[in-house]
Design a protein around this ligand. Structure first.
Ligand SMILES: Cc1cc2nc3c(=O)[nH]c(=O)nc-3n(C[C@H](O)[C@H](O)[C@H](O)COP(=O)(O)OP(=O)(O)OC[C@H]3O[C@@H](n4cnc5c(N)ncnc54)[C@H](O)[C@@H]3O)c2cc1C
Ligand SMILES: NC(=O)c1ccc[n+]([C@@H]2O[C@H](COP(=O)([O-])OP(=O)(O)OC[C@H]3O[C@@H](n4cnc5c(N)ncnc54)[C@H](O)[C@@H]3O)[C@@H](O)[C@H]2O)c1
Length: 466
C-alpha cells in the first residue's frame, strides 16, 4: 500500500543523475541551495556503471591482446591466452563497485544534497512527484527543476526479438565470460566498440547494420578504415541488412535477414540506438512537447520557465562531456537568478571518440554536413601510416587525419583523427575548431617530431590541393 506524504519545499529538484545531473547536484548543494536529487537506478547514470567506464576497461583489455599479437613483428613472440576473468573482475570491482553507487551518494550528501531513490515526474511548474518503494513523495522546487533523464537502449520492433534474452550494453558489461559467438545488432558506437572487444577475446562476431556503413556519424573514410580492420580481424559485417525475425532456443539466437540468410549465435547484443520517454517525465505539464525523442533547450539549457534540461535528451550529442558541460552552464544560470548566467552553450566543437582500434575521433562538421550548411568547403587528408610516426609504429598504424575547412573564412569547421591515439590527436583539432584558429596560423605552428599529431601538417598541406 502506498502512503502520500506532505509536499516538501526545496530550492531545486534534479530528476535523473547522469554525469551532468550528479555534477549539478553537487555544485548547487555546495553553493548552499537545498537540493533533492531523484534517481531511479544508480547515481552517476549510464556512464560509470553501464557505459563509458566499464566499456573502456573492456577496450583497454582487448587492445592489450591486440598489441601482444602484434609484438611478434616488433619484439619477439608473445603467447596470448585471452581470459575474460580479469576484465570481469576489473569492471565489477574497480569500475562499478559491483554496481553499487554508495560512494556517489555519499559524495552528494557530503556536499549537502539529499538523494531520493525513485522515479520522478513533473506535475506542473515546480511540482515534482516521486514514486519510491515506500510510496509517493511530493516536492515543490522554488528555484527550479533540472531534468537529466538520459536514455535507455532502444529495441527495434523486430518480430520475436522482445521475447528473447538479448543483451543490451547493460548486460554486456556484466558478462562473466566472452561468448563463443555474438551477433551485434547495430554498427554504431556501442556495436563497433563491443564487437571488437569480444572478437579479440575469441568470440566469433557478426555485426548486422541496417545502414550502408559502420560508424555512420563519422566521415566515410573513417568507416572504411574501421571496416578494413574488422575484416582483417575476422569480424563479419553485414551492411544494408534488414532483420526480419529473431528467435531463441537451446542452440542460441537465430536472426533471419531480409534475403533469407540465417545467423546463429550464442548471444545477441542489441546496440541499435537509444530511446527516451518524455511522457513518463510529465514534461507536458510545464508546456514542453512530449511527443519527440529530445527536449529543445536554449543556450542556457532552459526548456520552460523554471525548467532546465541537460544530457543526452537535449540532442546535442549523447556524450558524458556534453552532459557535464551543460551541467556547468545550467547551474550558473540557476544560481544567477533573474539576471541569468553569463556562459552560453556552444556546440560548434563537440568532440567525440569511438574507442575502437583504430580509435576514431571527430569534431565539428563532417565534410557532408559542412556542404549541407552551404559553406565553401575545402578538405585535406593524410594517411597516418605514411607519417614518420606511423612508419616507426609499424603494425597497427592504420589511420587518417581529415580536415574540413570553411575556405571563405580560412578556419577549420571540422576534423577527423583516426588511428592509434586518434582521440588524443583530436585535442589540438578541437581547439582549432573551437577557437577558429586561422589555417594560416595552424600551418605556422611547430608540430613535435615524430608524433602522430605532426601528421596534421600534411593534412593542412593537402588543403591546398583540393
Ligand atoms: C555502452 C556505452 C558506452 C558509452 N561510452 C561513452 C564514452 O566513451 N564517452 C562518452 O562521452 N559517452 C559515452 N557513452 C554515452 C554516455 O554514457 C552518456 O552520454 C552519459 O551517460 C550522459 O548521459 P545523461 O547525462 O544524459 O544521463 P544518463 O547517464 O543516461 O543518466 C540518466 C539517469 O537518470 C535516471 N532517470 C531517468 N529518468 C528518471 C526519472 N524519471 N526519475 C529518476 N531518475 C531517472 C536514470 O536512472 C539514469 O541513472 C556511452 C554510452 C553507452 C551506453
Ligand atoms: N565512445 C563513445 O563516445 C560512445 C560509445 C558508445 C556509445 N556512445 C553514445 O551512445 C549513443 C548510442 O550508441 P548506439 O551504438 O546504440 O547508437 P548509434 O546511433 O551510434 O548506432 C546505432 C546503429 O544501429 C543501427 N540500427 C538501428 N536499428 C537497426 C536494426 N533494426 N538493425 C540493424 N541496425 C540497426 C543504426 O543504423 C546505427 O548505425 C551513441 O550515439 C553515442 O552518442 C558513445
Amino acid at each position: 500500500m502506498t502512503t502520500e506524504q506532505p509536499v516538501e519545499t526545496v530550492d531545486v529538484v534534479v530528476i535523473g543523475t547522469g554525469p551532468g545531473g550528479e555534477d549539478a547536484t553537487g555544485r548547487l548543494a555546495r553553493a548552499g541551495l537545498d537540493v533533492v536529487a531523484v534517481e531511479a537506478r544508480l547515481v552517476g547514470g549510464e556512464c560509470p556503471y553501464f557505459g563509458c567506464i566499464p566499456t573502456k576497461m573492456m577496450v583497454r583489455a582487448s587492445d592489450a591482446l591486440a598489441e601482444a599479437r602484434r609484438a611478434g613483428r616488433l619484439a619477439g613472440q608473445v603467447d596470448v591466452a585471452p581470459d575474460w576473468a580479469p576484465v570481469a573482475r576489473r569492471v565489477r570491482d574497480d569500475a562499478t563497485a559491483d554496481w553499487d553507487d554508495t560512494a556517489a551518494v555519499e559524495r552528494l550528501e557530503k556536499a549537502g544534497a539529499r538523494v531520493v531513490r525513485g522515479r520522478g515526474r513533473l506535475m506542473g511548474p515546480g511540482e515534482v512527484a516521486v514514486t519510491t518503494p515506500d510510496g509517493e513523495r511530493r516536492f515543490r522546487a522554488t528555484r527550479g527543476v533540472l531534468l537529466n533523464p538520459g536514455t535507455e537502449p532502444a529495441v527495434p520492433p523486430v518480430d520475436g526479438l522482445a521475447q528473447t534474452p538479448y543483451w543490451t550494453n547493460r548486460d554486456a558489461v556484466r558478462a562473466t565470460e566472452a561468448p563463443v559467438s555474438l551477433t551485434v545488432l547495430g554498427g554504431g558506437a556501442i556495436g563497433c566498440e563491443l564487437a571488437q572487444v569480444f572478437a579479440r577475446f575469441g568470440t566469433a562476431v557478426e555485426v548486422v547494420e541496417a545502414g550502408p556503413r559502420l560508424a555512420a556519424a563519422d566521415e566515410p573514410e573513417a568507416s572504411t578504415l574501421l571496416a578494413e580492420r574488422f575484416a582483417a580481424e575476422g569480424i563479419g559485417v553485414r551492411k544494408d541488412a534488414k532483420v526480419t525475425s529473431v528467435s531463441h532456443d537451446g542452440g542460441g539466437f537465430t536472426l533471419t535477414l531480409g534475403d533469407g540468410t540465417q545467423l546463429v549465435s550464442e548471444r545477441l547484443l542489441v546496440a541499435a540506438g537509444r530511446r527516451t520517454d518524455l511522457r513518463a517525465l510529465g514534461v507536458a505539464t510545464v508546456g514542453i512537447d512530449d511527443t519527440g525523442r529530445t527536449i529543445a533547450v536554449d543556450d542556457r539549457l532552459r526548456a520552460a520557465d523554471g525548467v532546465w534540461v541537460i544530457g543526452d535528451v537535449t540532442g546535442h550529442g549523447a556524450f558524458t562531456h556534453v552532459s557535464m558541460y551543460q551541467a556547468r552552464i545550467a547551474v550558473a544560470d540557476i544560481l544567477a537568478g533573474a539576471e541569468g548566467g553569463a556562459e552560453r552553450a556552444d556546440y560548434r566543437a563537440v568532440p567525440h571518440v569511438t574507442f575502437t582500434d583504430p580509435e576514431i575521433g571527430g569534431v565539428g562538421l563532417t565534410e557532408a554536413a559542412a556542404r549541407d550548411a552551404g559553406l565553401s568547403v575545402r578538405t585535406g587528408s593524410t594517411d597516418l601510416a605514411a607519417s614518420s610516426r606511423g612508419f616507426v609504429h609499424g603494425p597497427g598504424n592504420e589511420g587518417l587525419i581529415k580536415l574540413v575547412e570553411d575556405a571563405d573564412a580560412g578556419v577549420l569547421v571540422g576534423a577527423t583523427a583516426a588511428g592509434p591515439a586518434g582521440g588524443e590527436i583530436l585535442a589540438v583539432l578541437t581547439l582549432a575548431v573551437q577557437a577558429r584558429v586561422p589555417v594560416a596560423e595552424l600551418r605556422h605552428m611547430i608540430y613535435a617530431y615524430p608524433t602522430f599529431h605532426r601528421a596534421i601538417e600534411s593534412a593542412l598541406a593537402d588543403l591546398d590541393e583540393t
